[in-house]
Design a protein around this ligand. Structure first.
Ligand SMILES: Cc1cc2nc3c(=O)[nH]c(=O)nc-3n(C[C@H](O)[C@H](O)[C@H](O)COP(=O)(O)OP(=O)(O)OC[C@H]3O[C@@H](n4cnc5c(N)ncnc54)[C@H](O)[C@@H]3O)c2cc1C
Length: 389
């Protein structure tokens, strides 16, 4: 097989890239290791920045997003038993976030891809990249039990943090920046109406908690836990008990419901620089990971592929490699802004150490964000997504 752009991975990055390329008349083939059912059910992100929503709506993917997405114009920071609202839209000239599950974005993108018969191969195995430093890079893989090969002009590595593309770059080329946080998130999905209209980020002496949602009937809640704790140590009653303690506030009640998903995710920051080598371009989690506190992973992945699609369009149209050559530098400006904001939110809201001094510093920072318009505006404009970085 031969195509213009070979895309590895059908997560938000790979699928959005294929969609943007199709709209520009550029062919691509997507190779995905998992089944369609698996990628459409994978529960992860749920907070879309204004810019992500604008891109999806502007490229014809807004129908269900507009109908089912829940627009939020503020968030609550809760600490010391009190809630403080950050009115994000008022502070950012009307920009907002939209709650719409990542799996719904993925379903919409797959639906659009299949509607125009765009090649999308699920359940591909043994994906390997070759000849990246030539003008004819290749991807070999096994599909339906048969070995096959895809010859491309360029390859987009959209295969997430654990994929194969980043590791296909020769040793010594990439500079890796990494930070492990000494805690993880225990996340649950519960079939119960959210107990809040807007997201609640709680700082508590027992640890951080987040009340998010996925729909009017589905609540998504998180607890700061030890990253190595076995999930079996967290039976449902313990999860709810801990959530009640951390969200405690007079006159407010947390509604409980059946837990339909539960898992522990470690917290990590990671950036691989540069995000390109030869004819391979990395995008999304394949190149960078943020701790989820800033709700940025999916959004920055979508931004990467927007930059890549524009660069490829320019290359095919005019033969100019200028935008392709600056792809990594352009993306990394936003990647590092997002890393800084995600680290800020993480260290603002998590219990960092059992140290009274650190605790007082965090409370002082929280009180400042909740009392200074300048500090609140800074949080708000980063949270809804900066237009230009
Ligand atoms: C619990 C949790 C909560 C999160 N919350 C948020 C949030 O609120 N907001 C936010 O913006 N982000 C959030 N994120 C991050 C967000 O989910 C990721 O940043 C996003 O999925 C990145 O998209 P991607 O396409 O780059 O990678 P992925 O979604 O990881 O997609 C990569 C794809 O490549 C496939 N693949 C892997 N290896 C191969 C291979 N060898 N061959 C072929 N295919 C392969 C995978 O199966 C997968 O489908 C969260 C993440 C987690 C884990």
């Amino acid at each position: 097989m031969r195509t213009q752009v070979g895309i590895v991975g059908a997560g938000p990055a790979g699928l959005t890239l294929a969609h943007l390329l199709h709209l520009r008349g550029i062919e691509s083939v997507i190779l995905e290791a998992r089944s369609r059912e698996y990628v459409e059910q994978r529960v992860r992100a749920g907070v879309l920045e204004q810019g992500t929503v604008d891109l999806l709506v502007g490229t014809g993917l807004g129908e269900r997003l507009r109908r089912e997405g829940i627009v939020h114009s503020g968030i609550e920071l809760r600490f010391g038993g009190e809630g403080h609202r950050i009115p994000m839209s008022d502070l950012t000239g009307g920009r907002a976030i939209t709650i719409y599950g990542q799996q719904e974005v993925v379903k919409d993108l797959i639906g659009a891809r299949l509607a125009y018969d765009g090649p999308l191969l699920f359940d591909t195995a043994d994906v390997a990249l070759h000849d990246l430093e030539t003008e004819r890079p290749r991807i070999t893989y096994v599909h339906d039990g048969r070995p096959d090969e895809l010859e491309c002009d360029v390859i987009a590595g959209c295969d997430g943090f654990h994929g194969v593309c980043r590791d296909s770059i020769p040793p010594g080329v990439l500079e890796l920046h990494e930070r492990e946080y000494p805690f993880g998130w225990l996340g649950i999905l519960a079939t119960v109406a959210p107990s809040t209209d807007e997201l609640i980020y709680a700082y508590h002496e027992r640890g951080f908690a987040l009340h998010s949602l996925r729909s009017p009937k589905l609540s998504r809640l998180y607890l700061q836990v030890d990253p190595d704790e076995p999930i079996d140590d967290w039976p449902d009653e313990r999860v709810w008990g801990e959530l009640h303690l951390r969200f405690e506030r007079d006159g407010w009640t947390l509604r409980e419901g059946p837990i339909i998903e539960k898992g522990i995710t470690p917290m990590r920051s990671f950036v691989a620089e540069p995000m390109q080598h030869g004819r391979l371009y990395l995008a999304g989690d394949a190149a960078h990971i943020v701790p989820p506190t800033g709700a940025k992973g999916l959004n920055v992945a979508v931004h990467d592929v927007k930059v890549l699609a524009e660069a490829l369009e320019e290359w095919y149209r005019s033969g100019s490699t200028e935008l392709l050559e600056s792809y990594s530098a352009t993306c990394l400006r936003r990647v590092w802004r997002v890393q800084d904001f995600s680290n800020y939110m993480t260290t603002l809201l998590h219990r960092l150490e059992a140290d009274g001094f650190e605790d007082r510093l965090q409370r002082a920072r929280l009180a400042y964000v909740c009392s200074s318009e300048a500090a609140a505006r800074s949080l708000a404009e980063n949270y809804v997504g900066l237009e230009n970085v």
